[in-house]
Design a protein around this ligand. Structure first.
Ligand code: ZN
Length: 230
């Protein structure tokens, strides 16, 4: 029997770890906005799934549109006081308020005591400090890949990645037209004009030689011909 080869450590998942926080009714916690709200038009089929048609601008047919109504659902990433990265689900009435909030805004997350009470995330100045110094928390969090893991819709993920690829392709630098500074442009124009003037003068000279008349000079106001400053 051959011996076991030492293995390289498996690469860490590319998807940052988040967990869904259900926020039991009548409870609250404090934290910070971790990144922008992601709102989708989706279907509640026991769990929330994005509507294929809405997500893809009707490029893909949605298997749920006929049987289920479309509801807006928001996913708000938050760092809680304990340092956990959580995502809370919010309803339509929170959309504008959360969209106006900057990353790292201190907030209070709560849910009322009623059975149907929705999770509320409101700005709450419980601290003046930032979440923490972890480098991956300095920038606004992007929960896109986590959402695709949550939804488990590989065909929708493939569509999304194709859009990314097309966008990246379109953003590639193209060969730029040759740009010149204003001075260079003037110089070019000047050179062209000079050439034309020279041609015109040469023609004139021929005429003068034939007619033997001196060139007409602009009259000077002080009797002297003005000299061009050098
Ligand atoms: Zn649908």
């Amino acid at each position: 029997m051959g011996r076991i080869r030492s293995q390289e450590p498996k690469q860490k998942s590319q998807v940052p770890y988040w967990h869904s926080d259900r926020v039991p009714k009548g409870t609250s916690f404090k934290g910070w906005i971790a990144g922008p709200l992601v709102g989708i038009n989706g279907h509640n089929i026991g769990v929330t799934k994005p509507c294929y048609a809405a997500f893809t601008n009707d490029e893909m047919k949605c298997p749920w549109c006929e049987a289920f109504g479309v509801v807006w659902h928001g996913y708000q990433p938050i760092y809680n006081m304990s340092g956990d990265a959580v995502v809370v689900g919010v309803k339509r009435d929170s959309k504008e308020r959360l969209e106006a909030m900057d990353t790292h805004t201190p907030v209070k997350v709560s849910r009322g005591t009623e059975y149907h009470s929705a999770v509320q995330v409101v700005a709450h100045a419980w601290t003046t400090s930032k979440p923490d110094n972890r480098p991956d928390r300095k920038e606004a969090a992007d929960i896109s890949m986590w959402l695709f893991q949550l939804w488990k819709l590989p065909d929708l993920l493939a569509w999304h990645q194709e859009q990314d690829r097309i966008e990246a392709e379109a953003a590639k630098p193209r060969p730029k037209p040759v740009m010149v500074t204003e001075e260079e442009a003037m110089e070019r124009t000047g050179k062209t004009l000079c050439k034309d003037m020279k041609g015109m003068l040469a023609d004139r000279m021929k005429t003068w030689q034939v007619a033997d008349t001196p060139p007409v000079v602009e009259p000077s106001t002080n009797g002297h011909r003005k000299r061009k400053p050098r």
